[in-house]
Ligand binder design. Structure first.
Ligand SMILES: Nc1nc2c(ncn2[C@@H]2O[C@H](COP(=O)(O)OP(=O)(O)OP(=O)(O)O)[C@@H](O)[C@H]2O)c(=O)[nH]1
Ligand SMILES: [Mg+2]
Length: 195
């Protein structure tokens, strides 16, 4: 049962055959304000040469209008393309260009859960993403009102979604603000790369 999964059990090993052409484009999707830009800034710091141990105060962010490309060095160079939440209607035009998907949800915002669920189901059924590993990130778990995976299980029907999906799906909980769970995101990136 998902409710009983330990964090390590949420991270099955995944190996990806990269899209033909050898690209390493990771698509980062999720509704407006869920924390995508902050996550990328944090990952950039974590993957920098000095491998920051102390993340420090969270940098400020602005809503992403359009797309935001960031290179990360995670064993090799990969590129994360964040699409602003406001771009939802045209996310699908970027599907063919990517090898993996990160899908972020604000775990402290119950009112966004049903629209997140619809968006997730839509991307999981997209032909271009049928073999793309997907990382579902429940973010903002530092907030007192966040919903745990146990609560998500009933609200989000995450077990059913995972069971029906063709893609390998991994679930993590994070706080891009205080850094909790970001090592699991890094671990997932590693698991998607060939040696
Ligand atoms: N408390 C808390 N706040 C967070 C966390 N992650 C992001 N935020 C805050 O949430 C707000 C929105 O974060 P962004 O990273 O800009 O969100 P986004 O998903 O990129 O939004 P769009 O670009 O508009 O789609 C900012 O004020 C962040 O500091 C988190 O884990 N915890
Ligand atoms: Mg953004």
């Amino acid at each position: 049962m998902l409710a009983q999964w330990r964090r390590s059990e949420l991270l099955p090993p995944v190996t990806v055959a990269m899209a033909s052409g050898g690209g390493s484009m990771y698509l980062l999707l999720g509704g407006s304000g869920v924390g995508k830009t902050l996550l990328v800034k944090r990952l950039q710091k974590l993957s920098s040469k000095d491998g920051a141990k102390d993340l420090g105060e969270p940098p400020s962010t602005l809503p992403t209008v359009g797309t935001n490309l960031t290179d990360l060095l995670i064993g090799k160079k990969i590129t994360v393309r964040e699409l602003g939440g406001c771009m939802g209607p045209i996310w699908s035009s970027y599907y063919s260009d990517c090898c993996c998907v990160l899908y972020m949800i604000d775990a402290a915002k119950p009112t966004q859960i049903s629209s997140s669920c619809v968006q997730l189901l839509s991307l999981l059924s997209a032909e271009e993403l049928m073999s793309a590993p997907v990382l579902i990130i429940f973010n903002k778990i530092d907030l007192p009102c966040y919903m745990s995976l146990v609560e998500m299980k009933s609200l989000f029907r995450i077990q059913d979604i995972i069971a029906c999906a063709k893609q390998p799906i991994t679930v993590v909980e994070t706080s891009a603000r205080d850094g909790t769970g970001l090592s699991n995101v890094m671990q997932w990136f590693h698991s998607t790369l060939h040696d």
